[in-house]
Design a binder for this molecule. Structure first.
Ligand SMILES: Cc1cc2nc3c(=O)[nH]c(=O)nc-3n(C[C@H](O)[C@H](O)[C@H](O)COP(=O)(O)OP(=O)(O)OC[C@H]3O[C@@H](n4cnc5c(N)ncnc54)[C@H](O)[C@@H]3O)c2cc1C
Length: 411
């Protein structure tokens, strides 16, 4: 609920910067708990090509706990029960979700804009919820070192919104954390991702599949009618690839996944290939008085394992669980904000360590331009009893799954 106060400024109890997975889930949960909350999203819609589309078993479990599971799954989606990787000419199942102790034993692949629209529609049923699209936060309001709200650029001009709590959910390039001068620790990342689409035929592989060969790694995400293709390159080498020409790039892709030959000509211009910069970093301190950062704003995740959305949503659930009562009773202190970091940080750091390790392996793959075979140790590990279930647990549920603690305030 955004309301005008006596000074003519807008005010709310909790102002959320960014309507991505973290921001929309937190907005929904706070409104559900009866807290006045305003989510500010800089774009006019949720529709963007580069959003990850994975809804993991742990997120589906949250939707189940919220009583929204069946309804969410009415939205068109595909399911992957296992993740495989083809190394050279042999495919290996890397993770199998069928035995997870969750309601859904699969990853649902659903365009993220559908998931965010769903959350927005459900949140709108609560009178304390406001979502404002096309509102870009450009800075923080600060008084004596305390964040007291945000400065927003809208189609009608500049506005100020005051709030006892601002939550930065504005992703990897967060304005919120920069404006608060929160110190950031960067992990070196050796890879970037090229993001493109190719049409998908009914006879194509159903499950999530990675292809490794000739110094390349390519992931194909099944979006029913088309594949979202994630093509890994060594950081900073996109211009070299462009200089070599589009035809060479197409040939490289077909060399790794020959079944794409009949549609590869769909990539007929470089503007169909988007460069997405991969980062891994984290704030030393997720909060300062009046401000908390969560999700990628507090700790940017790499696409490896497709776990960033999961972690962002789990941060949001933990934040709502830990802060709702204090926000409702107007008793929030900086200590409450520090608690969120203390509670979530260990799982985040470990997950990032797993991603950094995976980057090292992927970087080795990118450095070997010849045909590859899976190393003997890999074949041994992947066939070791329990391995596929362990990886399914890490990818599908995460190291610290969260659960809905509060029931909804009556409407
Ligand atoms: C190439 C790539 C592919 C990925 N694929 C996957 C995947 O398949 N599965 C997965 O789990 N993770 C994936 N990830 C990681 C995942 O995208 C992030 O970890 C996750 O999106 C973090 O969610 P978030 O809500 O914290 O931030 P974001 O999703 O980045 O959302 C931030 C939101 O804030 C808005 N915003 C930004 N600045 C402002 C501002 N100043 N004012 C108002 N609004 C603002 C943005 O428009 C956006 O809507 C991928 C990452 C990359 C780089």
């Amino acid at each position: 609920m955004t309301s005008s106060n006596n000074s003519g400024q807008n005010s709310t109890i909790c102002c959320i910067v960014g309507g991505g997975p973290a921001g929309m889930m937190l907005g929904f949960l706070l409104a559900r708990a009866g807290v006045g909350v305003t989510v500010l999203e800089k774009h006019n819609d949720f529709f963007r090509d580069f959003r990850g589309d994975t809804i993991h078993p742990s997120t589906l479990q949250l939707m189940y706990e919220l009583g929204l599971y069946e309804e969410l799954l009415k939205i068109r989606h595909s399911k992957i029960a296992e993740v495989s990787v083809r190394i050279g000419d042999r495919a290996f199942t890397f993770a199998d979700f069928r035995h997870l102790p969750t309601q859904a034993k699969y990853i649902a692949l659903m365009p993220q804009w559908d998931f965010l629209n769903f959350l927005a529609a459900k949140a709108a049923a609560f009178p304390t919820f406001t979502l404002r699209m096309g509102c870009e936060v450009t800075g923080l309001l600060r008084e004596d070192g305390v964040t007291t709200g945000v400065i927003v650029k809208t189609a009608d001009g500049i506005e100020e919104i005051s709030a006892p709590l601002t939550v930065g959910c504005d992703g990897r390039n967060a304005v919120s954390r920069e404006a608060a001068h929160l110190p950031l620790v960067e992990e070196g990342v050796p890879i970037d991702v090229l993001w493109l689409r190719l049409s998908r035929h009914l006879s194509d592989p159903e499950n999530g599949l990675g292809y490794v060969n000739y110094g390349r790694f390519m992931g194909l995400i099944n979006r029913i009618d088309y594949f979202q293709v994630a093509y890994l390159i060594a950081k900073g080498t996109f211009s070299q690839l462009q200089q070599a020409g589009l035809s060479a790039f197409r040939q490289e892709m077909v060399r790794i996944a020959p079944f794409l030959a009949d549609r590869i000509e769909e990539i007929d211009a470089w503007d169909k290939v988007k460069l997405l910069t991969v980062k891994i970093n984290r704030l030393e301190q997720w909060s300062s008085p009046g401000l908390l950062c969560i999700g990628d704003a507090a700790h940017a995740m790499s696409p490896v394992g497709g776990i960033g959305i999961n972690i962002a949503l789990q941060d949001a659930v933990a934040t709502a669980n830990l802060l709702s009562e204090a926000l409702k009773s107007n008793s929030l202190t900086p200590h409450h904000l520090v608690q969120v970091q203390r509670y979530r940080e260990r799982a985040v750091k470990r997950t990032q360590a797993f991603q950094v390790f995976a980057h090292r392996i992927l970087n080795r793959v990118l450095l070997n331009p010849g045909p590859v075979q899976a190393p003997v140790i890999f074949r041994f590990i992947v066939n070791f009893p329990g391995f596929k279930y362990l990886t399914a647990r890490v990818i599908g549920v995460g190291l610290q799954p969260e659960h809905i603690a509060h029931s909804a305030e009556s409407l």
